[in-house]
Ligand binder design. Structure first.
Ligand code: S3P
Length: 437
């Protein structure tokens, strides 16, 4: 149980570099492992989820050296992975599981995948069903959830698949399978989702083209290890962006945050709500990044619908909190995917913020939030992450606004994506500010 910092009156100040992007960190290990030569990764995210990916590849015989956020992957090429001696433990990581299902479908061995309680409830048929179209011998056993046994097939055929869900994880699984087939595969997205796999694959020498929602991948490329510098994670920066926006007298700068346009929906939505966010020093290597200057502001309600969702999927718990502090009625719809994340985030966000006095009604695919409502604990002095890292950190931000005392149960969930979250938050709470730019 963690006692949260509450009642922060003088705002947030100073500057901070947030840890590396989780999605890009996972992919840098995977692509590094299946390439020839070395891949050197700087500003890797050493959180539980990404360490799960490292461990899985070590279990398949890949030599990976790590010191803090610096990682060296000694690539073994696509055919150099070896059959693990025991089940691969996916922990809490949906990204590791789904991307590995794609990769393992074309391997010449059998693998058991297991996961923690939350991951073992999450849907995997969305990946295994399309993958079964690629290989006559590829089979999975299991009920559409972990544990799953993958019987790989080294003779995969190409795929032509239209995704029924907007999911970068499913898309990436299919791309990783298609890399092992002879010829060109076509994957058509339902909506544009984060494109880190596509960008990184190109940088490693793969052939992948995107036109609108259609992606064409050429199989059997000659991938070559690269140097990867992982930008700061927008989804981690989002907690401080929200806190600085909500707390009067704040002014913070977040350095080198990833600004890939498929990930900046949070900035767009906050600006629509009236937030004061400026992008500085933007650069565009494989992935765009830049600094963000955030000052406190007064927010108003907006409508968020299905076309907005994929670009902001991981930030919706925070947007719900922001909406409780915005004047008017915010309606979020088309967000049914939230129900199959680490927790049912529609139910859990509603339950936890109502404990603090928020006015939220659950919808099957979203929420209606009436604001602005002062937040204060109602009948309890404790909130609960429910084992979901993003819920835990969102509640850590909510606490800053309340006057009373608040404790967080299951706080260790934040280690999934941001082990130093509370240390970094405290740094911005106690900083005095930086010289005018
Ligand atoms: C991720 C994609 C998203 C996101 C997850 C990471 C990825 O999931 O929620 O945190 O790295 O591809 P879906 O693509 O399944 O929505």
């Amino acid at each position: 149980m963690k006692t949260l910092t509450t009642n922060v009156q003088k705002g947030l100040h100073g500057e901070l570099s947030v840890p590396g992007d989780k999605s890009i960190s996972h992919r840098s290990i995977i692509l590094g492992a299946i390439s020839s030569g070395e891949t050197e990764i700087t500003h890797f995210l050493p959180s539980e989820d990404c360490l799960t990916t490292i461990q899985a590849f070590q279990d398949m015989g890949v030599n990976i050296e790590r010191q803090d956020d610096h990682v060296l992957v000694h690539g073994v090429k696509m055919n150099g992975l070896s059959e693990p001696q025991h089940p691969l433990n996916m922990g809490n990581s949906g990204t590791t599981t789904r991307l590995l299902l794609g990769l393992l479908s074309g391997q010449n061995f059998t693998t058991d995948l297991i996961g923690d309680q939350s991951l073992s409830k999450r849907p995997m048929k969305r990946v295994t069903e399309p993958l079964s179209q690629l290989g006559p011998e590829f089979r999975v056993t299991g009920n559409g959830t972990l544990p799953i046994t993958v019987h790989g097939d080294s003779n995969l055929s190409t795929v032509n698949y239209r995704l029924p869900v907007a999911s970068a994880q499913v898309k990436s699984a299919l791309i990783l399978a298609a890399l092992q087939a002879d010829g060109i595969s076509t994957i058509i997205e339902k909506q544009q989702t984060r494109n880190h796999t596509e960008l990184m694959l190109k940088a490693f020498g793969g052939e992948i083209e995107q036109q609108g929602l259609t992606i064409k991948v050429t199989g059997k490329p000659n991938l070559i290890g690269q140097s990867v510098t992982v930008p700061g994670d927008m989804s981690s920066a989002a907690f401080f962006i929200a806190a600085a926006t909500l707390l009067p007298n704040s002014e913070i700068r977040l350095k080198n945050v990833g600004l890939n346009p498929t990930r900046t929906g949070f900035l767009t939505i906050l600006k629509r709500m009236g937030a004061d966010i400026t992008i500085q020093n933007e650069t565009n290597q494989v992935e765009a990044s830049g600094d963000l200057l955030i000052r406190s502001s007064v927010l108003h309600a907006i409508c968020i619908s299905s076309e907005d969702i994929p670009n902001v999927i991981d930030e919706l718990p925070l947007i719900t909190l922001l909406a409780t502090q915005a004047s008017g009625t915010t309606k979020i719809t088309g967000a049914e995917e939230l129900r199959v994340k680490e927790t049912d985030r529609i139910a859990v966000v509603t339950e936890e913020l109502i404990k603090l006095g928020a006015d939220i009604t659950e919808l099957p695919d979203g929420m209606i939030i009436n604001g602005a409502t002062p937040l204060n604990p109602q009948d309890t002095d404790r909130v609960d992450s429910h084992g979901d890292h993003r819920i835990g950190m969102m509640l850590g931000v909510a606490a800053l606004l309340i006057k009373g005392e608040l404790k967080l149960a299951n706080e260790s969930a934040i280690n999934i994506s941001y082990p130093n979250f509370f240390t970094d938050l405290n740094q911005l709470i106690s900083a005095k500010g930086f010289a005018a730019l």
